[in-house]
Design a protein. Structure first.
Length: 324
């Protein structure tokens, strides 16, 4: 790849990240419960993908091996937990902050790399972590004494979803590495099937409202499934490997940044000068972590073991590994 990012890939990544940044908005717009909206996201996406997989050219490579099926099931468990926590964080603390907290998954993955794979973090990771934590402190400290228990629980859920999403990425990437002729679309369909089944059970156990109330609910849920799941995974997942680490990191930052824009435009959320400074520091820290993770992956391309797990958009996708 040349030093300059392909213009088409760069535009596609930027547009895709902007669209995916609206994901949390749809969670707030629907009247169903937080787990129920996660179920509809995965269930509707599975239906849309099934139509894609029914095409003769795609139909052949859809059945995974037992090992890959097990890894996809493990990934689905972590992803269901991730969505369960993230949707509650969105409702408790708002679209912008919940999305920013979820993007701390880059540091959860770095912890896995250090503890399990024996990787060295490097200065980018440590500087990024310190910046992100300092920024988060500035975002929360001014109003912390006035936050109620529900808001503080939302912060915990937001950080928890970063850990769960990191675990999902590890399991899913392990499945990708062993998938053989299984297509990325088929992997996503199996993930949707397993996740939707788990989330349906969690919704019923939690006695949440499951049935959408009307056209507005159905519209929000369909848009959520199409943008966050189908579009995000199939389009952005294929573009990510074509971009260099620094460019990709900047594009990925559009998601948490624009989520604050939607929070301000649609839900009247406001940040003061201190909070804005905190947001900037957190984004800078996440950027350093993303750039470090992508550089680690690029350096390990073609190696078997110690390549870091792929970092994906908070509600988007790990790359599919193709460089077509």
């Amino acid at each position: 790849m040349t030093n300059r990012a392909p213009r088409g890939a760069l535009v596609a990544m930027a547009v895709g990240a902007a669209l995916i940044s609206t994901s949390a908005v749809f969670v707030k717009w629907t009247s169903v419960g937080p787990t129920a909206s996660a179920f509809w996201r995965m269930g509707l996406a599975g239906i849309l993908l099934l139509a894609w997989l029914a095409r003769p050219k795609v139909r052949a490579g859809w059945k995974p091996s037992r090992r890959v099926l097990g890894l996809l099931l493990a990934a689905a468990v972590f992803f269901a937990i991730d969505l369960w926590m993230w949707h509650r964080s969105i409702l408790y603390v708002g679209v912008g902050l919940a999305t920013l907290l979820g993007n701390f998954q880059v540091f959860a993955l770095a912890g896995y790399g250090a503890l399990v794979l024996g990787e060295r973090g490097g200065w980018r990771l440590w500087a990024g972590l310190l910046l992100a934590l300092a920024g988060l402190a500035l975002l929360l400290a001014p109003g912390w004494s006035g936050f109620d228990a529900r808001f503080r629980l939302g912060i915990a859920f937001g950080l928890g979803t970063a850990v769960a999403y990191g675990a999902f990425l590890i399991a899913f990437r392990a499945g990708q590495a062993q998938r053989g002729s299984l297509s990325n679309e088929a992997m996503l369909w199996w993930l949707c099937l397993f996740s939707a089944t788990l989330l349906l059970g969690m919704t019923l156990l939690g006695d949440e409202k499951l049935r959408p109330a009307g056209a507005a609910d159905w519209g929000a849920l369909l848009a959520y499934a199409l943008i966050a799941q189908v579009f995000g995974w199939l389009v952005i997942g294929r573009v990510m490997p074509k971009l260099q680490a620094g460019v990709l990191g900047l594009c990925l930052l559009l998601q948490p940044l624009l989520s604050y824009v939607w929070d301000w435009l649609l839900f009247d959320a406001h940040l003061g000068a201190v909070e804005l400074c905190g947001l900037g520091l957190s984004l800078a820290g996440i950027f350093l972590g993303l750039a470090r993770a992508q550089s680690t992956r690029e350096a390990g391309d073609g190696a078997e073991a110690k390549a870091a797990p792929e970092v994906g958009l908070r509600s988007g996708a790990p790359a599919d590994g193709h460089r077509d």
